[in-house]
Design a protein around this ligand. Structure first.
Ligand code: ZN
Ligand code: ZN
Length: 133
């Protein structure tokens, strides 16, 4: 997994740095607002275009909430979530159950593996209570 990569593009580097410095996942809107205060503001469409390219290079991953909102995080942060399908409440898993799982040579089919995603979905406590009453 790449830990110290430099994006070839200044703007991509800016986005990557912002995501690495954040203590949580950020949406495109969050990044747009964050960079607006800096020296290199960029439009929302540009933010999303560069986010897509960073994803294609395996440097960031994207998670979709039930609301449809997309959240981004650097792939070297091996962090996964449990999400309520009803209200969207999210819990961060303490550790990655996949961390020590590797595909063997045959399964990886010649791919250079970059990252994985893993998500659990369920009903949170308050949504269970609401549905039971
Ligand atoms: Zn819920
Ligand atoms: Zn993981």
């Amino acid at each position: 997994m790449p830990t110290q990569v430099a994006a070839s593009n200044d703007r991509q580097q800016l986005l990557l740095t912002a995501l690495r410095q954040a203590d949580r996942e950020l949406s495109g809107q969050d990044l747009h607002a964050l960079l607006r205060q800096g020296s290199q503001p960029m439009g929302l469409a540009t933010v999303y275009r560069h986010l897509r390219q960073l994803q294609q290079r395996g440097w960031i991953r994207c998670r979709h909430l039930p609301s449809g909102e997309a959240l981004f995080a650097p792939t070297e942060r091996d962090e996964h979530h449990l999400t309520c399908v009803d209200c969207g409440a999210t819990v961060v898993l303490n550790n990655c159950p996949m961390h020590d799982v590797h595909l063997d040579g045959g399964q990886s089919a010649g791919f250079q593996l970059l990252f994985h995603t893993l998500e659990f979905f369920g009903l949170c406590g308050s949504c269970q209570q609401r549905q039971a009453s």
